[in-house]
Design a protein around this ligand. Sequence first.
Ligand code: PLP
Length: 497
Amino acid sequence: MMPAATKPIPGGEDSRHALDALYRALPPVNELLLAPPLAEFGSPHGRARLLETIRRVLDGTRREIAQGLHSSASLENLVRELPARILEEMRRNSRFSLRRVINATGVILHTNLGRAPLSRIALDHLCEVAGGYSNLEFDLERGGRGRRDVHAESALLALLSQTESAHFEQTHRAIFVNNCAAATFLAMHSLARGRQVLVSRGELVEIGGGFRIPEILAESGAELCEVGTTNRTRVSDYEKAITSETALILRVHQSNFAMYGFVERPRLEELIALGRRAGVCIFEDQGTGLVETLEPCGVRDEPTIAGSVARGCDLVAASGDKLFGGPQCGILVGRTEWVDRVRSSPLYRVFRADKLNFAALEATLIQYLYGDPESVPVIRMLRTPEDAIRRRCEDIAGAVDHADIILAVTAVKSIIGGGTAPKSTLPSHALALKHAQLDAPALLAALRRLDPPIIGRIEEDRVLLDLRTVEPEFDRLLIGTLNQRVDSWRGISGEPS
Ligand SMILES: *Cc1c(COP(=O)(O)O)cnc(C)c1O
């Protein structure tokens, strides 16, 4: 960055004059503001940012002069390059913070990497709806005010009815909020505030990101009534705890952990039967939003949202961006009387989903109903056969010829992630990389600094890139990148870009 001094300035009176001359050689701010490449920042905000950048770059140069790092010749060069340097700095500052990355971790629902990617169709629909006005809350038939939920409600109910040969359109309703945590909180707040909620001690869990069932319950104003024990809870435990104060029974899907050994909990059907007998609402925090069983992918016992509704849960909450494969939102679906009570809560207005959500949600639902479910990226990634992934790895490995990179194809296990099916893995393949000069952490970091960043993981001193979670459209980019010298990867050798 700093030009080497060709002639250090010695101390004394002369040198002070020489220094003054160097300072005077710097162009004034006004002149730089008018320099041709910087004229593109014409808006008031752009000018303000530009002014700040110019001052910062000039201050830096003055410090270099004060440290004796410049001769008149080196400064002359620098001054010529100043507008370009300032432009580069402006571009660097205006780069997006939130960017696309390539997820080569093999974790399909990676919460840190934004969970479910949206389908192309959902994206197109989202752009169309969000880029203009829409009938978000406008009834086109009557020409008056409408409800936003209608845009996803009937498709969701149709989807839930279709898979379990039941019909919920007449008896059930759905609303959509920020996320599943909001859906659960809202249900507790509007249905059980000031009353009791029965929860098994084995389900007083933390889901991740600080979502703890006991704390959410306390915040909602409902009173937690613990039943059973950590490892064993029976229907009779719930039955004994029911009083006139009981507002509902909360069932929480044990999504992100598994218990083995001397464990027991009632089947959902048993709880529902109890709820019917006692006239108590059964609410399940289902979480995953899984539509169709994962058995064909070799994942056993992962419950579906359709199954919960079909078994007779009064109310079910799920995430939109886990196994459902849609946008971040919370789905709350159940019998009309319960959903209507939740909807009439003033807090529904606080948590309701926005139009971008509805656009992506409806498009995703329509893929399941009328289109190809495999156009939903999460579903496609779950179902991609191991062989197809291995072949892609081999093709890439065969096309990379780089003296410093040792590349092998290795069998790995992908995981579903997002707090789902913690016991289950999917057989997959990965590119295993070693670099002649870089150790695995340095190579992993170098991959992260690319544009788009590539996120891998380390196993046995090698960087693994599991292609199950990498869209095939990126294969060429991987080949191109791995064929380049690592120090020519953007941003690696110089300043962090
Ligand atoms: C993931 C999950 C949540 C939280 O969902 P968000 O959409 O992240 O708010 C709540 N409950 C269960 C059972 C979950 O699996």
